[in-house]
Design a protein around this ligand. Structure first.
Ligand code: VGL
Ligand code: ZN
Length: 217
């Protein structure tokens, strides 16, 4: 197999770069900082310039969101609770709609991005994935948007590798997209082995895990 897994060229009309949650709250200094989150901004900018199609996902929670530990008296961030749709990890308040923390990182430079899809907007449902909310039924519309535009291959980058990027990659596969995650353009939270688990699930699902150096031209 070639290093690029015979993927189409990045500027092909059928390809899109999906940039996940590059927001102030996930960057060191933010409410839910991912270590090294700032380090990947220049690489994401360089990659973005090589794609014709770029889509940005933005975590976008109302105040009092069900994923916030502060919404569950007696619970602390990183505890897990049972919700109607299953287990939910609780997080510090983050990416509150309209807040500084919810804004895209100021150095993110993707002027040709065509769509910003906001997720986690429903107070009672989290959404790590940019495609389907945590109830595993409510679509964001992203799969339809991409398919309607003839896109069949997606490349994912951003934060956090083991949560929003991994869930988005798995849902992209499930929706039938050829899916690659550019590993060095992501950083992970790595909570209780979540990074190894996410990498294993993605490999089993047929998500290609590739280094930016191995990308097609
Ligand atoms: C994320 C936890 C909560 C992420 C979003 O972007 O990975 N993680 N909300
Ligand atoms: Zn969130």
């Amino acid at each position: 197999m070639s290093p690029s897994h015979n993927l189409p060229p990045l500027n092909d009309r059928r390809c899109a770069l999906v940039v996940i949650d590059m927001q102030n709250d996930f960057i060191p200094g933010g409410q839910l900082a991912v270590q090294g989150g700032d380090e990947i901004v220049p690489l994401i900018n360089r990659l973005g310039a090589r794609f014709r199609n770029v889509v940005i996902a933005q975590d976008w929670h109302p105040a009092g969101h069900v994923s916030f530990a502060s919404s569950h008296p007696g619970r602390a961030p990183f505890d897990s609770v049972q919700l109607p749709y299953g287990a939910q990890t609780l997080w510090p308040d983050h990416c509150v709609q309209g807040s500084h923390g919810a804004r895209l990182h100021a150095d993110l430079d993707l002027p040709h991005a065509q769509l910003i899809v906001r997720k986690g907007c429903n107070r009672d449902i989290d959404s790590y994935s940019a495609f389907v909310e945590a109830d595993r039924r409510t679509p964001t519309g992203l799969a339809g948007y991409l398919k309607e535009r003839g896109i069949d291959s997606v490349y994912l980058v951003g934060l956090a590798l083991d949560y929003c990027v991994a869930w988005s990659a798995l849902d992209a596969r499930a929706a039938g997209f050829s899916t690659a995650l550019i590993v060095d353009a992501c950083r992970a939270i790595d909570l209780d082995g979540s990074l190894q688990r996410a990498l294993g699930e993605m490999e089993s699902a047929g998500v290609k895990l590739i280094d930016s150096m191995a990308l097609p031209t």
